[in-house]
Ligand binder design. Sequence first.
Ligand SMILES: Cc1ncc(COP(=O)(O)O)c(C=O)c1O
Length: 439
Amino acid sequence: MTRQGIPQAGNNLDPWYDHYAARAAGLRASEVRALFAVASRPEVVSLAGGMPFVSALPHDVVTDAMSRVMTEQGSVALQYGSGQGIPVFREQILEVMALEGIRANADDVVVTTGSQHALELVSKLFLDPGDIVIAEGPSYVTAMVIFKSYQADVEHVPMDENGLIPEALREHIARLKADGRRIKFLYTIPSFHNPAGVTLSRERRLEILSIARENDILVLEDNPYGLLYFDQPAPDAMRSVEEDGVVYLGTFSKTLAPGFRMGWALAPHAIREKLVLANEAAVLSPSSFSQLVISEYLSTADWKGQIDTFRGVYRERKNAMLAALEEFLPELSWTDPAGGFYVWLTLPEMLDSKAMLPRAVKELVAYTPGTAFFADGSGRQNMRLSFCYPTPENIRLGVRRLATVIQGELDLLGTFAGTGPLDSPVDGRRFGAPPPNLS
Ligand SMILES: Cc1ncc(COP(=O)(O)O)c(C=O)c1O
């Protein structure tokens, strides 16, 4: 239903149906969110969510940091603070970013309520209705929810195993410009991509930065997973080579714990000033308590050693997932991430990951359908599998169940096509492998 041609956000059981702003139409429960409810049942192996494995963080280390903060700086921790964030904490954030080649000034860091909030603030500053955000295809669901809530259109540019394809980016920009569209920024997750699991090569980082510079397009570099590599570090952050054209987003959610809700933006000076004002307007100040506890943790605990521990946990789980895919679904194709939380799986052409999901949940396994990661509804032939949270044993069990579901779907299709059910279940070798494909 529309009011003056504007799609409305609610439904007609909602008495405020007619009152919502047009921008609220973009706010719909994502597929990931709807899944959390079902997938959190203990008997379901969830390969759907992206929850960090916080049990690998010794909780007493956090408790000690909290209690020292309360004893020594309790009245600061419990008080409002600066809209930009505590200066000492911003200095420590520089040390974290230095691990990915970034040299910056603490004055250009803005502390936010997770990097999610930094995404919201940047969108608020830059996006008008009808603007274009260029993003990888697929891209991070909840960033796209924000872009849509500012009534911007997301334009996907394809990736391959080395990340975003520069020639495709050039073509898309040229076409959008020829159509008179206003491109506000390129949103990119260059390292250990969510959901594709791929990493942008060093050469492509440079090339993409120069394309953005030539076309006067700001780059929004979102880097929650960069330090969670398995063997080799990712290439240095894009921000390490380009200061003026990049807004860089970081977070403590994956290297420490998301419960603190602490992230940051590093921005060119003029943008930084506006970000602080937008942060103050939204939350007055980011949590003083969380900042001081993380600051204490960074100065007293072995935080680099803890990141190593997380790497070990996720490496083992990624290996378990790839081994299970090899064992149970050997004819399918998937990405082999060098870090992060996710594998992107490509199904045989005739299958639809979204339609298949209820049957998967019935078989007690959950995943995120590829369609969640595209603004245009494509991605039916793909799914995102997360290996961050379940144990290696459960990952194997989950993939085995998934193979049963996929085989069941293929048998059903075979029946309807008149060829009869295919033979025994869980034998992936009977269907042809589609080509590697991220779109
Ligand atoms: C690509 C990406 N960006 C941003 C976020 C938000 O992280 P947070 O707000 O916890 O820092 C996530 C969380 O999963 C993510 O995957």
